[in-house]
Design a protein around this ligand. Structure first.
Ligand code: SF4
Length: 338
């Protein structure tokens, strides 16, 4: 069992070759590939148009390390949080966020996180490992099914804003997006996918070099180095001047306003200045305290000061209400508590 390979690590061509080498037709590889990716088969048993002998042969050679939804919680506002169990028993969380116009999946890219954003519950979990492309894909597929079940329509958007820093699992995140956007996977447009990073300059540059088509969001939270490194200590190694990398599309800055930290004019003016460097927009995100510590949501007045000054300076600004607070599914709250 231990020696069996996860069949989803094979490309379509490798799967076709496998069948030819085992005396079958290459198109059998297409059929199995479709089961694995478009139909999200959890086991070889599910592949009903494949003969019993062939299924047994696959069973003898491979495993399907599919995730299993371990627990599912539904919030009073319709948000759904999945705690998903990986093949090695580790757990990550993903969230379905419904609004009137869209349903969004928020997915995890790592088990735990190696970064140390002080406001984030995930930071308190040690990073165990990166997620494989299929484990990321499975989270999306599971949420797509829940969206169909509860809201009668397919998932419309995906954000990589769950547990982990996606750009520290760069290759697997990109491979998962390849599958999500492929017609043989979920066929979603890359324009509907946003990868959210805490800001790793080298990797942001790599995204531009690799000419990716999905959107990028950067958790900025402050445009003043000293303040930002108080919020996200790792960012001492990545000063803001290095974060001004151009990407191929408009970048989104995620920004939480906290009482006593960045709810002042100096912080707003620094943000306005920072927004001039590259085409961008700002999402002001409502915060959910994870304890009684130093990070508490600022007053509505402080938020409206941000909005009016940003708008006065022609910066596009949106306010993002947090969802799923009652089930610890909101931004910064994912910590495997369920
Ligand atoms: S906010 Fe993101 S990058 Fe920062 S500790 Fe939490 S999961 Fe990691």
């Amino acid at each position: 069992m231990e020696n069996k390979k996860d069949i989803r690590a094979l490309t379509k061509d490798e799967l076709r070759d496998f069948f030819v080498q085992n005396g079958d037709k290459s198109f059998r590889g297409n059929q199995v590939y479709e089961w694995l990716w478009s139909k999200s088969a959890h086991s070889f048993e599910d592949m009903t148009n494949i003969s019993k002998e062939t299924r047994q042969m696959l069973e003898d050679h491979f495993v399907i390390n599919h995730i299993e939804v371990d627990t599912m919680q539904r919030s009073s506002d319709g948000t759904v949080k999945n705690a998903v169990r990986l093949h090695d028993g580790l757990i990550v969380e993903s969230v379905l966020i419904p609004t009137n116009t869209r349903t969004t999946a928020c997915v995890s890219s790592q088990v735990g996180c190696s970064l140390d954003c002080n406001f984030c519950a995930t930071a308190r979990l040690k990073k165990m490992r990166n997620l494989n492309p299929d484990e990321i894909f499975d989270q999306v597929a599971a949420i797509n099914q829940e969206s169909l079940l509860y809201y009668n329509h397919k998932l419309s958007n995906i954000v990589f804003m769950g547990m982990g820093e996606p750009l520290m699992n760069y290759n697997n995140v990109l491979k998962s997006i390849e599958k999500i956007t492929s017609p043989e996977g979920l066929g979603m447009s890359p324009k509907r996918i946003t990868v959210s990073t805490s800001g790793i300059p080298k990797m942001i540059k790599k995204l531009a070099d690799d000419d990716v088509k999905f959107n990028l969001a950067v958790s900025l939270h402050s445009a003043i180095d000293e303040v930002r490194s108080r919020i996200m200590p790792f960012s001492k190694a990545f000063p803001l001047k290095d974060l001004k990398e151009k990407t191929n599309s408009r970048i989104t800055y995620e920004y939480v306003v906290w009482a006593g930290i960045n709810d002042n004019k100096e912080a707003i003016n620094a943000l306005v200045k920072f927004c001039k460097y590259v085409p961008c927009k700002v999402n002001l995100i409502e915060y959910n305290p994870i304890d009684d510590g130093e990070f508490q949501q600022a007053t509505p007045q402080a938020i409206s000061d941000y909005i009016s000054i940003l708008e006065m300076n022609d910066v596009i600004v949106n306010v993002r209400k947090s969802r799923g607070k009652d089930i610890d599914a909101a931004c910064g709250q994912l910590a495997n508590k369920s």
